[in-house]
Design a protein around this ligand. Structure first.
Ligand code: XMP
Length: 507
């Protein structure tokens, strides 16, 4: 498989470069800028990209890649800070300029290779403080903007290119075309990165491990795909455990069990632990304490299983590439395996190594694998659900009655959103319940019942969220159904606080 290596100089867009390249089926990987020459050679790249970054090349502590990297005779594309690095390295000059953020018109001066086929001019996204003042000998200008004379430069002889703008962000028109020109035409990389190939090579790698694998599954897409991949590789030597903690959505435990038992041949165990979770949560009102209790109980249930059904050598996890990038964990030479890393709070003495078969993948790539492996469509569109489940959706103490109300009311909210064709448009949707009560009339009788709170939000990454402006008729229908179908509920409210200052879950 051909590979492009992206050296990360700290730009917030660095991982997007990989994302865009993988979208046209070439494998790209982000590595720290100070990777050693030896490590880089092991990647056997077809080309190298220097990302942008916040530094200035003339500062004494500027991040500089190992010198030998320039002598590998590989094509190099420098973006923003990477562009300035190239200018500096080959004898040009970089100066402090007026900061430029936003889109500028890039005029193409030479459309021979990097800027081939993108027209006479395009809008290009700029985000920089420094700029090239003088370009190195042997380089020529291939594009400029009104304020940056040397916005794109090339040494065709060396196959080294520098661009001041960011082709990886969507605001740069034809940005993907520019990356394609570099990766496909200049580097000559083959478009051989696809999920079928990934499955084959990963299964092959995993099939070589010895010992048994413990794999926790939640019914979510990541853990399901992890379980299926490992099962394909080592069959029954992977034991999947699903903990029913009693805090799941209505009938979710049955759905997950049916999905695994009917569709897949995995070694699958359900641990019915609802009672022990509820006992531990009895009388606890504080949100953080509830979270902690649920986390600890998971670990204790898991540990007990591992002790009884072990020995296990491995613990499988559904870590994805963005998690790896965010946590700043640099990857070891073996892609699948990270040794003796006690993630998830399991006790050291279990002595489990970590298996993370998805840690090179983005979420949409995992979805594609799920499709190939025959995961039912229903699972793809399901909203995210918090690990501690209804313990963070129910306000105050978690009781069987509040659990039942929240499960039934959330089901109604979901059903009505689906009926209205809006389920997939919103980020999360549920109904919560606390201890507040309000008076209602049922028939001729006064009833002092629970208040249910519907929460529906729009979001892109859960960091911020906006409450969804649902049609009034739809809200009315949800409210009517909730008060009619669920005993004890007399009032329904709709949460109209965004995040911040509120959060998505109430606890
Ligand atoms: P908040 O409530 O903080 O939630 O706005 C942001 C996103 O994270 C989910 N969430 C959790 N997920 N463990 C999880 O696995 C948790 O403790 C947890 N708390 C919140 C929440 O559903 C939302 O998508």
């Amino acid at each position: 498989m051909d590979k492009i290596v992206v050296l990360d100089f700290g730009s917030q867009y660095s991982h997007l470069i990989c994302r865009r390249i993988r979208e046209f089926s070439v494998y790209a990987e982000l590595v720290p800028y100070n990777i050693t020459l030896e490590e880089l050679q092991k990647h056997n790249p077809k080309g190298i990209i220097f990302s942008g970054g916040p530094s200035s090349v003339y500062n004494s502590d500027a991040p500089i890649p190992e010198d030998g990297i320039f002598d590998m005779n590989l094509p190099i594309l420098g973006i923003c800070y990477g562009h300035q690095l190239i200018v500096n390295k080959y004898g040009g000059k970089v100066k402090q300029a007026n900061k430029e953020y936003g889109s500028s018109l890039l005029t193409i001066d030479n459309d021979k290779d990097l800027l081939n086929g993108i027209g006479e001019s395009v809008r290009a996204w700029m985000s920089h403080g420094d700029e090239a003042e003088e370009i190195p000998p042997g380089f020529q200008v291939i594009g400029h903007t009104e304020s940056a004379k040397f916005a794109a430069i090339a040494s065709e002889e060396k196959s080294i290119y520098g661009i001041q703008f960011h082709p990886e962000v969507v605001h740069t028109e034809q940005g993907t075309e520019i990356l394609k020109n570099f990766v496909l035409k200049v580097c000559g990389a083959n478009q051989d990165w696809n999920m079928k190939g990934f499955i084959e090579s990963e299964v092959e790698k995993i099939s070589k491990i010895d010992g048994n694998v413990l794999c926790g599954v939640s019914g979510g897409i990541d853990s399901t795909v992890v379980a299926l991949l490992i099962q394909k590789a080592i069959g029954d030597r992977v034991k999947c455990v699903f903990v029913n903690n009693g805090l799941l959505r209505l009938d979710e435990e049955k759905e997950v069990e049916e999905m695994f038992k009917n569709n897949f041949k995995v070694n699958f165990t359900v641990i019915e632990a609802g009672e022990s979770f509820l006992n531990k949560l009895k009388g606890v009102e504080d949100p953080e304490k509830k979270r902690k209790i649920v986390g600890e109980e998971f670990i204790s249930v898991f540990t007990e299983f591992a002790e009884k059904k072990g020995p296990f050598k491995w613990l499988a996890q559904g870590t994805l590439y963005p998690d790896v990038i965010e946590s700043g964990v640099s990857k070891g030479p073996a892609a699948v395996i990270k040794t003796h890393h006690n993630v998830g709070g399991l006790p050291e003495w279990l002595n489990l190594d970590i298996l993370e078969p998805l840690k090179e993948l983005y979420k949409d790539e995992v979805r594609e694998i799920a499709k190939i492996l025959g995961v039912p469509e229903k699972l793809f569109m399901r909203h995210p659900f918090p690990g501690p489940g209804l313990a963070v959706r129910i306000i105050g103490e978690v009781t069987p009655k509040k659990l039942q109300i929240s499960k039934l009311a959330s089901k109604i909210v979901e059903e009505e959103l689906m009926e209205a064709g809006l389920y997939e448009n919103v980020w999360q949707a549920y109904a919560s319940v606390g201890d507040d009560k309000a008076v209602g009339v049922v028939g001729d009788e006064r009833k002092y019942g629970n208040i249910v709170m519907i929460r529906v939000v729009d979001s892109i990454d859960a960091m911020t969220a906006d409450w969804t402006r649902l049609p009034h008729g739809l809200l009315e229908k949800m409210s009517n159904r909730i008060t009619n179908e669920i005993e004890d509920v007399t009032w329904v409210s709709y949460a109209i606080s965004s995040k911040p200052p509120a959060t998505i879950e109430p606890q």
